[in-house]
Design a protein around this ligand. Structure first.
Ligand code: MG
Length: 376
Protein backbone atom coordinates (compact mmCIF):
# COMPACT_ATOMS: atom_id res chain seq x y z
CA UNK A 1 0.00 0.00 0.00
CA UNK A 2 1.25 3.44 -0.92
CA UNK A 3 0.76 5.90 1.92
CA UNK A 4 0.82 8.80 -0.48
CA UNK A 5 -2.49 7.57 -1.81
CA UNK A 6 -4.13 8.11 1.54
CA UNK A 7 -6.70 10.82 1.71
CA UNK A 8 -6.54 13.70 4.09
CA UNK A 9 -9.26 14.27 6.67
CA UNK A 10 -12.12 16.45 5.54
CA UNK A 11 -11.60 15.75 1.88
CA UNK A 12 -14.57 13.48 1.21
CA UNK A 13 -15.86 15.71 -1.58
CA UNK A 14 -12.38 15.92 -3.05
CA UNK A 15 -12.00 12.15 -2.69
CA UNK A 16 -14.90 11.61 -5.03
CA UNK A 17 -14.09 14.41 -7.49
CA UNK A 18 -10.38 15.12 -7.45
CA UNK A 19 -7.59 13.56 -9.49
CA UNK A 20 -5.00 11.28 -7.80
CA UNK A 21 -2.30 13.91 -8.53
CA UNK A 22 -3.92 16.68 -6.51
CA UNK A 23 -4.67 14.31 -3.60
CA UNK A 24 -1.14 13.01 -3.61
CA UNK A 25 0.25 16.55 -3.53
CA UNK A 26 -2.07 17.42 -0.67
CA UNK A 27 -0.95 14.40 1.32
CA UNK A 28 2.73 15.11 0.72
CA UNK A 29 2.20 18.61 2.04
CA UNK A 30 0.64 17.18 5.20
CA UNK A 31 3.50 14.74 5.72
CA UNK A 32 6.08 17.44 5.14
CA UNK A 33 4.74 19.34 8.14
CA UNK A 34 6.68 16.89 10.37
CA UNK A 35 6.20 16.75 14.15
CA UNK A 36 3.09 18.62 15.04
CA UNK A 37 2.10 17.27 18.47
CA UNK A 38 -1.29 16.70 16.88
CA UNK A 39 -3.21 13.66 15.66
CA UNK A 40 -3.43 13.49 11.86
CA UNK A 41 -6.09 11.17 10.46
CA UNK A 42 -6.03 9.86 6.90
CA UNK A 43 -8.05 7.13 5.20
CA UNK A 44 -8.76 5.41 1.92
CA UNK A 45 -11.21 2.78 0.64
CA UNK A 46 -9.75 -0.70 0.22
CA UNK A 47 -11.86 -3.49 -1.25
CA UNK A 48 -11.20 -6.96 0.14
CA UNK A 49 -11.12 -9.80 -2.40
CA UNK A 50 -12.48 -13.06 -1.02
CA UNK A 51 -10.57 -16.25 -1.74
CA UNK A 52 -13.86 -18.15 -2.12
CA UNK A 53 -17.30 -16.74 -2.88
CA UNK A 54 -19.30 -16.32 0.33
CA UNK A 55 -22.64 -18.16 0.12
CA UNK A 56 -25.51 -16.51 1.93
CA UNK A 57 -29.18 -17.44 2.02
CA UNK A 58 -30.13 -15.29 -0.95
CA UNK A 59 -26.94 -14.28 -2.72
CA UNK A 60 -23.24 -14.76 -3.17
CA UNK A 61 -20.48 -12.26 -2.50
CA UNK A 62 -16.87 -12.14 -3.76
CA UNK A 63 -15.73 -8.85 -2.19
CA UNK A 64 -16.21 -6.95 1.06
CA UNK A 65 -15.90 -3.16 1.24
CA UNK A 66 -13.33 -1.77 3.67
CA UNK A 67 -11.58 1.45 4.62
CA UNK A 68 -7.94 1.64 5.74
CA UNK A 69 -7.05 4.31 8.30
CA UNK A 70 -3.83 5.85 9.58
CA UNK A 71 -3.35 8.18 12.53
CA UNK A 72 0.03 9.90 12.63
CA UNK A 73 1.47 11.59 15.70
CA UNK A 74 4.99 13.00 15.83
CA UNK A 75 6.15 10.71 13.04
CA UNK A 76 4.63 7.52 14.51
CA UNK A 77 1.78 5.94 12.54
CA UNK A 78 -1.01 3.78 13.95
CA UNK A 79 -3.01 1.58 11.58
CA UNK A 80 -6.75 1.00 11.72
CA UNK A 81 -9.45 -0.51 9.57
CA UNK A 82 -13.21 -0.51 9.06
CA UNK A 83 -14.79 -3.59 7.48
CA UNK A 84 -18.39 -3.29 6.38
CA UNK A 85 -20.29 -6.50 5.63
CA UNK A 86 -23.47 -5.22 3.91
CA UNK A 87 -25.89 -6.52 6.58
CA UNK A 88 -24.55 -4.12 9.22
CA UNK A 89 -25.62 -1.04 7.28
CA UNK A 90 -22.32 0.82 6.91
CA UNK A 91 -20.63 1.46 3.56
CA UNK A 92 -17.47 3.00 2.15
CA UNK A 93 -19.45 6.21 1.63
CA UNK A 94 -20.84 6.31 5.18
CA UNK A 95 -17.48 5.48 6.78
CA UNK A 96 -15.63 8.10 4.70
CA UNK A 97 -18.33 10.66 5.44
CA UNK A 98 -18.06 10.02 9.18
CA UNK A 99 -14.24 10.11 9.16
CA UNK A 100 -14.27 13.32 7.11
CA UNK A 101 -16.31 15.00 9.86
CA UNK A 102 -13.71 14.24 12.53
CA UNK A 103 -11.18 16.85 13.57
CA UNK A 104 -8.65 14.86 15.60
CA UNK A 105 -6.13 17.71 15.32
CA UNK A 106 -7.88 19.22 18.37
CA UNK A 107 -6.38 16.38 20.45
CA UNK A 108 -2.74 16.75 21.39
CA UNK A 109 -2.58 13.51 23.41
CA UNK A 110 -3.22 10.17 21.63
CA UNK A 111 -3.72 8.46 25.02
CA UNK A 112 -7.04 10.30 25.51
CA UNK A 113 -8.86 7.40 23.87
CA UNK A 114 -11.90 7.76 26.15
CA UNK A 115 -12.21 11.48 25.32
CA UNK A 116 -11.88 10.75 21.61
CA UNK A 117 -14.66 8.14 21.84
CA UNK A 118 -16.90 10.67 23.61
CA UNK A 119 -16.12 13.18 20.88
CA UNK A 120 -16.94 10.61 18.14
CA UNK A 121 -20.30 9.83 19.81
CA UNK A 122 -21.13 13.55 19.71
CA UNK A 123 -20.21 13.80 16.01
CA UNK A 124 -22.77 11.11 15.08
CA UNK A 125 -24.44 8.04 16.64
CA UNK A 126 -24.01 4.52 15.20
CA UNK A 127 -21.14 4.38 12.61
CA UNK A 128 -19.61 1.61 14.70
CA UNK A 129 -17.13 0.30 12.12
CA UNK A 130 -15.99 3.85 11.33
CA UNK A 131 -15.41 4.49 15.05
CA UNK A 132 -13.64 1.14 15.37
CA UNK A 133 -11.18 2.13 12.64
CA UNK A 134 -10.15 5.22 14.63
CA UNK A 135 -10.04 3.26 17.89
CA UNK A 136 -7.81 0.54 16.40
CA UNK A 137 -5.42 3.13 14.93
CA UNK A 138 -5.24 4.90 18.32
CA UNK A 139 -4.43 1.64 20.10
CA UNK A 140 -1.77 0.83 17.52
CA UNK A 141 -0.31 4.32 17.86
CA UNK A 142 -0.28 4.41 21.67
CA UNK A 143 1.09 0.87 21.89
CA UNK A 144 3.91 1.92 19.59
CA UNK A 145 4.62 4.99 21.72
CA UNK A 146 4.82 2.72 24.80
CA UNK A 147 6.67 0.12 22.70
CA UNK A 148 4.40 -2.67 23.99
CA UNK A 149 1.64 -4.80 22.49
CA UNK A 150 -1.81 -4.22 23.95
CA UNK A 151 -2.22 -7.73 25.39
CA UNK A 152 0.80 -6.94 27.60
CA UNK A 153 -0.52 -3.50 28.52
CA UNK A 154 -3.75 -5.24 29.59
CA UNK A 155 -1.71 -7.73 31.63
CA UNK A 156 -2.82 -10.78 29.62
CA UNK A 157 -0.91 -14.03 29.15
CA UNK A 158 -0.61 -14.90 25.44
CA UNK A 159 -0.36 -18.61 26.33
CA UNK A 160 -4.05 -18.42 27.26
CA UNK A 161 -5.17 -17.69 23.69
CA UNK A 162 -7.72 -20.25 22.45
CA UNK A 163 -7.74 -22.09 19.15
CA UNK A 164 -9.56 -20.27 16.39
CA UNK A 165 -12.45 -21.80 14.53
CA UNK A 166 -12.41 -21.88 10.74
CA UNK A 167 -15.71 -21.46 8.90
CA UNK A 168 -16.85 -23.79 6.15
CA UNK A 169 -20.07 -23.68 4.16
CA UNK A 170 -22.15 -26.53 2.76
CA UNK A 171 -21.72 -27.79 -0.78
CA UNK A 172 -24.23 -30.27 -2.21
CA UNK A 173 -21.48 -31.84 -4.32
CA UNK A 174 -19.83 -34.46 -2.04
CA UNK A 175 -16.44 -34.05 -3.77
CA UNK A 176 -16.51 -30.26 -3.31
CA UNK A 177 -17.59 -30.75 0.30
CA UNK A 178 -14.68 -33.14 0.86
CA UNK A 179 -12.24 -30.53 -0.52
CA UNK A 180 -13.68 -27.88 1.78
CA UNK A 181 -13.30 -30.19 4.77
CA UNK A 182 -9.70 -30.96 3.76
CA UNK A 183 -9.01 -27.22 3.87
CA UNK A 184 -9.95 -27.20 7.56
CA UNK A 185 -7.19 -29.69 8.43
CA UNK A 186 -4.86 -27.09 10.07
CA UNK A 187 -7.61 -26.01 12.49
CA UNK A 188 -8.67 -27.61 15.76
CA UNK A 189 -12.20 -26.17 15.66
CA UNK A 190 -14.57 -25.81 12.71
CA UNK A 191 -17.49 -23.38 12.49
CA UNK A 192 -20.59 -23.99 10.42
CA UNK A 193 -23.42 -21.64 9.50
CA UNK A 194 -26.92 -23.04 10.02
CA UNK A 195 -30.48 -21.85 9.62
CA UNK A 196 -30.40 -22.70 5.91
CA UNK A 197 -31.52 -25.90 4.19
CA UNK A 198 -28.70 -28.28 5.07
CA UNK A 199 -28.21 -27.95 8.81
CA UNK A 200 -27.78 -31.65 9.57
CA UNK A 201 -26.13 -32.55 6.26
CA UNK A 202 -23.13 -30.30 6.88
CA UNK A 203 -22.48 -31.84 10.32
CA UNK A 204 -22.93 -35.34 8.95
CA UNK A 205 -20.51 -34.55 6.09
CA UNK A 206 -17.94 -33.23 8.55
CA UNK A 207 -18.30 -36.22 10.82
CA UNK A 208 -17.45 -38.56 7.94
CA UNK A 209 -13.94 -37.06 7.89
CA UNK A 210 -13.18 -35.45 11.24
CA UNK A 211 -14.20 -35.41 14.89
CA UNK A 212 -12.89 -31.89 15.70
CA UNK A 213 -15.29 -29.81 17.82
CA UNK A 214 -17.82 -27.80 15.80
CA UNK A 215 -19.11 -24.30 16.59
CA UNK A 216 -22.60 -23.70 15.26
CA UNK A 217 -23.86 -20.29 14.14
CA UNK A 218 -27.56 -20.38 13.33
CA UNK A 219 -27.62 -16.68 12.34
CA UNK A 220 -31.19 -16.27 13.77
CA UNK A 221 -32.30 -19.00 11.37
CA UNK A 222 -34.39 -21.31 13.59
CA UNK A 223 -37.88 -19.97 13.76
CA UNK A 224 -39.29 -21.83 16.73
CA UNK A 225 -37.94 -22.79 20.12
CA UNK A 226 -38.94 -26.46 19.92
CA UNK A 227 -36.96 -26.92 16.71
CA UNK A 228 -34.04 -25.01 18.21
CA UNK A 229 -34.06 -27.29 21.29
CA UNK A 230 -34.21 -30.44 19.17
CA UNK A 231 -31.22 -29.16 17.14
CA UNK A 232 -29.26 -28.34 20.32
CA UNK A 233 -29.71 -31.92 21.58
CA UNK A 234 -28.81 -33.37 18.16
CA UNK A 235 -25.69 -31.18 17.94
CA UNK A 236 -24.62 -31.93 21.52
CA UNK A 237 -24.43 -35.62 20.61
CA UNK A 238 -22.03 -34.76 17.77
CA UNK A 239 -19.33 -32.88 19.69
CA UNK A 240 -20.58 -29.36 19.04
CA UNK A 241 -19.40 -26.67 21.46
CA UNK A 242 -22.16 -24.06 21.46
CA UNK A 243 -24.90 -22.50 19.35
CA UNK A 244 -24.62 -18.88 18.32
CA UNK A 245 -27.79 -16.80 17.81
CA UNK A 246 -30.25 -19.69 17.37
CA UNK A 247 -33.34 -17.52 16.94
CA UNK A 248 -34.36 -14.00 15.98
CA UNK A 249 -32.62 -11.41 18.13
CA UNK A 250 -36.04 -10.06 19.18
CA UNK A 251 -37.13 -13.48 20.53
CA UNK A 252 -35.69 -12.91 24.01
CA UNK A 253 -38.26 -14.96 25.95
CA UNK A 254 -37.97 -17.93 23.59
CA UNK A 255 -34.17 -17.75 23.78
CA UNK A 256 -34.33 -17.68 27.59
CA UNK A 257 -36.64 -20.75 27.43
CA UNK A 258 -34.12 -22.50 25.19
CA UNK A 259 -31.18 -21.57 27.42
CA UNK A 260 -32.90 -23.23 30.42
CA UNK A 261 -33.15 -26.53 28.52
CA UNK A 262 -30.27 -26.64 26.05
CA UNK A 263 -27.33 -28.97 26.71
CA UNK A 264 -25.15 -26.50 24.74
CA UNK A 265 -24.32 -22.89 25.69
CA UNK A 266 -26.36 -20.29 23.79
CA UNK A 267 -24.28 -17.33 22.55
CA UNK A 268 -25.54 -13.89 21.49
CA UNK A 269 -24.21 -12.35 18.29
CA UNK A 270 -26.75 -10.28 16.32
CA UNK A 271 -28.53 -9.62 19.65
CA UNK A 272 -25.76 -7.41 20.95
CA UNK A 273 -23.50 -4.67 19.71
CA UNK A 274 -22.08 -2.63 22.56
CA UNK A 275 -21.44 -2.49 26.30
CA UNK A 276 -25.01 -1.73 27.51
CA UNK A 277 -26.24 -4.80 25.58
CA UNK A 278 -24.14 -7.21 27.67
CA UNK A 279 -26.38 -6.97 30.75
CA UNK A 280 -29.49 -7.46 28.58
CA UNK A 281 -27.87 -10.50 26.96
CA UNK A 282 -27.36 -12.08 30.38
CA UNK A 283 -31.17 -12.50 30.67
CA UNK A 284 -31.35 -14.99 27.80
CA UNK A 285 -27.86 -16.08 26.75
CA UNK A 286 -24.93 -17.95 28.30
CA UNK A 287 -22.35 -15.85 26.47
CA UNK A 288 -21.62 -13.09 23.99
CA UNK A 289 -19.76 -12.78 20.71
CA UNK A 290 -17.66 -9.59 20.75
CA UNK A 291 -16.58 -8.09 17.42
CA UNK A 292 -14.63 -4.85 17.08
CA UNK A 293 -16.78 -3.62 14.18
CA UNK A 294 -19.83 -3.85 16.45
CA UNK A 295 -18.26 -2.58 19.68
CA UNK A 296 -16.61 0.56 18.17
CA UNK A 297 -13.19 -1.00 18.70
CA UNK A 298 -10.85 -2.36 21.36
CA UNK A 299 -11.62 0.15 24.12
CA UNK A 300 -15.24 -0.92 24.51
CA UNK A 301 -14.58 -4.56 23.54
CA UNK A 302 -12.29 -4.89 26.57
CA UNK A 303 -14.97 -3.44 28.86
CA UNK A 304 -17.55 -5.85 27.37
CA UNK A 305 -15.32 -8.85 28.05
CA UNK A 306 -14.72 -7.73 31.65
CA UNK A 307 -18.44 -7.15 32.27
CA UNK A 308 -19.45 -10.47 30.70
CA UNK A 309 -16.95 -12.28 32.93
CA UNK A 310 -18.28 -10.43 36.00
CA UNK A 311 -21.78 -11.62 35.05
CA UNK A 312 -20.53 -15.21 34.81
CA UNK A 313 -20.94 -15.35 31.03
CA UNK A 314 -18.88 -17.05 28.36
CA UNK A 315 -16.98 -14.80 25.95
CA UNK A 316 -16.38 -15.40 22.29
CA UNK A 317 -14.28 -13.15 20.05
CA UNK A 318 -15.31 -12.80 16.41
CA UNK A 319 -14.40 -10.72 13.40
CA UNK A 320 -15.63 -9.70 9.98
CA UNK A 321 -13.92 -10.39 6.68
CA UNK A 322 -10.98 -8.04 7.24
CA UNK A 323 -7.21 -7.75 6.86
CA UNK A 324 -4.68 -8.79 9.49
CA UNK A 325 -4.96 -5.22 10.82
CA UNK A 326 -8.41 -5.53 12.44
CA UNK A 327 -7.97 -9.26 13.15
CA UNK A 328 -4.68 -8.62 15.00
CA UNK A 329 -6.35 -5.81 16.96
CA UNK A 330 -9.10 -8.21 18.08
CA UNK A 331 -6.51 -10.89 18.85
CA UNK A 332 -4.99 -8.67 21.58
CA UNK A 333 -8.10 -9.64 23.62
CA UNK A 334 -7.84 -13.34 22.81
CA UNK A 335 -6.26 -14.42 26.13
CA UNK A 336 -9.48 -13.23 27.87
CA UNK A 337 -11.93 -15.33 25.88
CA UNK A 338 -13.25 -18.88 25.79
CA UNK A 339 -13.56 -19.19 22.02
CA UNK A 340 -12.09 -17.29 19.08
CA UNK A 341 -13.44 -17.02 15.58
CA UNK A 342 -10.58 -15.04 14.07
CA UNK A 343 -10.36 -16.32 10.52
CA UNK A 344 -11.34 -13.10 8.66
CA UNK A 345 -7.85 -12.47 7.29
CA UNK A 346 -7.54 -16.08 6.14
CA UNK A 347 -10.54 -15.62 3.87
CA UNK A 348 -9.10 -12.79 1.75
CA UNK A 349 -6.60 -12.84 -1.12
CA UNK A 350 -5.25 -9.28 -0.77
CA UNK A 351 -4.15 -8.87 2.87
CA UNK A 352 -1.79 -5.91 3.20
CA UNK A 353 -0.58 -6.60 6.74
CA UNK A 354 1.42 -9.22 8.56
CA UNK A 355 0.18 -9.72 12.13
CA UNK A 356 -1.17 -12.37 14.46
CA UNK A 357 -0.77 -15.91 13.21
CA UNK A 358 -2.66 -19.15 13.60
CA UNK A 359 -0.05 -21.70 14.69
CA UNK A 360 -1.19 -25.30 15.07
CA UNK A 361 -4.75 -24.00 15.13
CA UNK A 362 -4.12 -21.55 17.97
CA UNK A 363 -4.29 -17.74 18.00
CA UNK A 364 -0.62 -16.74 18.36
CA UNK A 365 0.35 -13.21 19.34
CA UNK A 366 3.69 -11.59 18.54
CA UNK A 367 5.84 -9.11 20.49
CA UNK A 368 5.39 -6.20 18.10
CA UNK A 369 4.06 -3.05 19.79
CA UNK A 370 0.52 -1.75 19.38
CA UNK A 371 -1.73 -4.22 17.58
CA UNK A 372 1.27 -6.20 16.34
CA UNK A 373 1.18 -5.55 12.59
CA UNK A 374 3.57 -4.39 9.88
CA UNK A 375 2.83 -3.75 6.23
CA UNK A 376 3.19 -7.06 4.37
MG1 MG B 1 -22.58 -15.00 14.17
Amino acid sequence: MNRRNFLKTGMLGAMIAASPISLSALDSATRAAGKSGRLNLSFRPYELQLRHAFNLARNQRTTTPGVQVEIEYDGIVGYGEASMPPYLGESVASVCEFLSKLDLSQFSDPFRIEDIHEYMEKVAPNNRAAKASVDIALHDLTGKIMNQPWYKIWGLNPDNCPNTSFTISYDANPEEMRKKIEETAPYKVVKVKMGLDHDKEIVEALRRYTDVPICVDANQGWNNKEKALEMCHWLAERNCLFVEQPMDKAAIDDTAWLRERSPLPIIADEFLQRLPDVRRAAQAYDGINIKLMKSTGMHEAYKMAVLARALGMKVMLGCMTETSCAVSAAAQLAPMVDWADLDGNLLIANDIFDGMKIVDGKVTLNDRPGIGVVKA
